[in-house]
Design a binder for this molecule. Sequence first.
Ligand code: GAL
Length: 370
Amino acid sequence: MKKKVLAALLSVAMVATLLAGCGSKEAPAEAPAETEAPAETEEPADAEEPAETEAPAASGDFADKKVGVCIYQFSDNFMTLFRTELENYLISLGFAKENITIQDGQNDQGTQSNQIDAFINDKVDVLIINPVNSSSAETITDKVVGAGIPLVYINREPDESEEQRWADNNWDVTYVGCDARQSGTMQGEMIVDLGLEKVDLNGDGKVQYIMIEGDPENVDAKYRTEFSVKALTDAGWEVEQLDDQVGNWDQVKAQELVSNALGQHGEKIEVVFCNNDAMALGALQAIDTAGRKVGEDIFLVGVDALSEALENVINGTMTGTVFNDHISQSHSAADAAVNYLTGAGNEHYIGCDYVKVTTENAQEVLDSVK
Ligand code: GAL
C-alpha cells in the first residue's frame, strides 16, 4: 500500500525532476529517461520484477537463509527508519526473523570489521552493509567476496573506482542508494523558488547562509554541501557563506553549532542549510531560542523527511526538506539480496530518486511514511 502511494508521489516527483533538469547518477545535469516510479529504475531490463509483487511465491524459500546486516550506527535517526523497514520487508519476503542479524557498528570501523568477520565465520548467505567508512569498502569487498558471500552496500556509497572493480570482476556486489547531488540541488532549489526578494532579507543583493554538514567522510555530506549552494549560484544568485561546521548528522551538535552561529552573525544569517533533518531539528531549536521565525526572518532546509521535520514543514517552521526514501531503498536492498540468492543477479548500482518536500506535499509524504 505504502509503496503505491510512494510510487504515485515519486511519479509526480519525476515529472518535477524532468522539468527541473535534475539528474541521475550518470548525468546529473540531464533528465532521466524513465517515466515510471524510479525506485527500481536501474534494474536490468530482463530482470524479474523484484520480489515485492511476488512475496507469496517467495515466502518460505528464504526461511533458512541467513542475512547479516551491518549498520554504521544505530543511534542515527534515518538509519533507524531504514533498518526497521529492511527487517520488516525481509520478513514479508519469507526470511525468518531469527535468521536476520543486524549489528550496530557504533560509528567505529574496527567494530564493524569484527562484525563482518563474525558474519563470515557464521557463513551467512548474504550481507547488507552500511559502511562506517566508505573508504574501507575495498577491504570489506575483498573479504566478503573472498568468502563467496554476495554483498549489498547501502546508504554510504563507495567511490567510483571501487564500484568499477565489482563490474570488472563480475562480482556479486552492488550499491543501493540515491545520488546525494540531487538532494543538495533540491534543497537549493526550494530556496530559489521562494524568490531572491524574499530570501535576501537585508537587501544587500546576496544570500548569507550557514552550512551544517554531516560526517565529512560521507559523500552525502560532501555533495549536499556543494550542490545546495550551487543551485543558488546556478540561478544567478550571489552567496556569502558565514559559517560551515560539521554536525555529524546529530541534532544536539547542530543545535549547539547553530546557536553559536546565530550568536556570532545574528540577523545576517538568512538561510540555514543542514545536510539532514536531525540537524535541521537542532537548528530549529536554536532558531527558536534566538527568537527568530522560519519563513519570516530566516529560512531552513534539511534532508530525509523525518516525521518531525515533515510536521515542521506543514506548520511552516521549516522551509522544506527532501524525502530520502528509506522505504524504497530498503526494499531495493532486500530485493537485491533476493536476486543474488536466486541467481538472478543485479546491476552494480541500484539508484532511487529524492523528492522535494514543501508545504504543498509534506502532508502527503507524511501520510505515506506513517
Ligand atoms: C544520509 C542521511 C543522514 C544519515 C546518513 C548516514 O543519507 O540523510 O541522515 O542517516 O545518511 O550515512
